[in-house]
Design a protein around this ligand. Structure first.
Ligand SMILES: NC(=O)c1ccc[n+]([C@@H]2O[C@H](COP(=O)([O-])OP(=O)(O)OC[C@H]3O[C@@H](n4cnc5c(N)ncnc54)[C@H](O)[C@@H]3O)[C@@H](O)[C@H]2O)c1
Length: 386
């Protein structure tokens, strides 16, 4: 069993280290800052103790898992690692710097994976002497809990590296999907309308945040409405992802950020963590009541859903991933109640096209253009997963 190296002992790095150690690997967790290592060590010890107290693992396992975790503040500790996963701050130059140094230490056959969310894996790989050994391995937070991992080959990545990372992810109990190296990969791209269209409906004054959340949970059976979820994620994080994806796609109008969300970020109303976002979270705070109008609720939900379906279909059109992997990514990665492409089949592809065209007719904005794939499929009476 290969030794796993993890660079960066922050939220993601420590989670990935825990995951690998729980699946039997010896793990080296490195950070440039000794304080970060100390914090990760204490947190991991605390997490394993709690898992043992709750009976999820035995006390002996907790000790054994912690024993497999080795903490380091020198890159030299990676000399024997077979796979090194980079999870430092999201900064291309810093990532290139640390991976360039790493290459002089690890063996010829060692694989380098990056957990970047928004940088081009190809640009990171390009900093290496041997870029073919590098690919994206994008986990979700918290890494030990979230079921999905997106495997993202760079242009240079060798096939066997992709295969090995895919198998490694599956051996850690994850659902692994393959995504093309484009902004947002699968989940952070296809999920954009869940937030963006909800914000747009709010900004148009069609309904309140509480009503939109009610509509999406009631008629779509999503676990959380978009505003509750954005408050939970934090507007600083969610707005940055939207803005990054928008600019990375050269100002694609579908991903245009919302001024209402920017205002919350500017005001420091970041959601749950700061006590206020779209909702208030103080001790005596009351949640606003939705307007439970069935007709309006269904209209709101259908508009968000069709934008999500259009986005998923467009990701197939641009060959970002297979239809199977896109549905898996959204159901396993962000707990959607149903795969979006299966949902498209249920609604009927011709119906999906009609709904997109109705939105386009109303607004005459590029944002509402129907994916060419849906139109082609509707004309040929085709369905996904035939
Ligand atoms: N937080 C998420 O939800 C999430 C989800 C998926 C992917 N990611 C990606 O994972 C990576 C890490 O994110 P995070 O949320 O864990 O960040 P974080 O800020 O919690 O942790 C980053 C760690 O990197 C360390 N670090 C900074 N510069 C370093 C260097 N030059 N060498 C070694 N260590 C260095 C820091 O000390 C810190 O401990 C980013 O690329 C991010 O985009 C984050």
């Amino acid at each position: 069993m290969k030794q796993i190296g993890v660079i960066g002992a922050g939220a993601m790095g420590s989670g990935i280290a825990q995951l690998a150690a729980m699946h039997g690997h010896e793990v080296v967790l490195y950070d440039a800052y000794p304080a970060a290592i100390e914090r990760a060590k204490q947190q991991l010890q605390g997490i394993l103790n709690r898992l043992a107290e709750k009976g999820k693992i035995s006390p002996q396992d907790a000790v054994a898992i912690f024993g497999r975790l080795h903490f380091a503040t020198e890159l030299a500790a990676f000399a024997d690692s077979g796979v090194v996963i980079e999870a430092i701050v999201e900064d291309l130059d810093l990532k290139k710097g640390v991976l360039g140094d790493l290459e002089g230490i690890i063996g010829e056959d060692a694989i380098i994976a990056t957990n970047t969310s928004s940088l081009a894996v190809t640009a990171i790989a390009a900093s290496l002497k041997n870029p073919g050994r590098c690919a994206g391995m994008h986990f979700f937070n918290p890494a030990p809990v979230m079921r999905l991992v997106e495997i993202v080959p760079a242009v240079q990545t060798r096939d066997e590296v992709v295969e090995e990372l895919y198998k490694l992810g599956e051996s850690w109990g994850k659902t692994a999907v393959r995504a093309k190296d484009t902004p947002g990969f699968i989940v952070n791209r296809v999920a954009r309308p869940f937030y963006g269209e909800a914000l747009r409906i709010l900004d148009e004054g069609v309904a309140s945040a509480a009503t939109i959340d009610w509509a999406v949970t009631k008629y779509g059976e999503f676990r959380m409405g978009p505003f509750t979820l954005m408050d939970y994620i934090g507007h600083d994080v969610n707005f940055t992802v939207t803005e990054t994806v928008y600019h990375a796609f050269y100002q694609e109008p579908r991903y245009k950020p919302s001024f209402s969300q920017k205002a919350l970020v500017d005001a420091g109303m970041l959601g749950r963590k700061s006590g206020r976002g779209f909702y208030e979270y103080g001790e005596n705070a009351e949640m606003p009541e939705p307007d439970r109008n069935e007709h309006v609720g269904k209209q709101i939900f259908n508009r968000i859903l069709i934008m999500l379906i259009n986005e998923a279909a467009d990701a197939v059109f641009w060959r970002i991933a297979s239809p199977e992997d896109i549905d898996l990514a959204m159901t396993q990665g962000v707990n959607y109640p149903k795969g979006l492409l299966r949902w498209a089949n249920e609604i009927g592809i011709q119906n999906c096209v009609a709904r997109m065209d109705a939105l386009y007719d109303e607004y005459r904005e590029d944002r509402y253009r129907c994916s060419p794939l849906l139109r082609k499929m509707a004309n040929a009476s085709e369905q996904f997963f035939q």
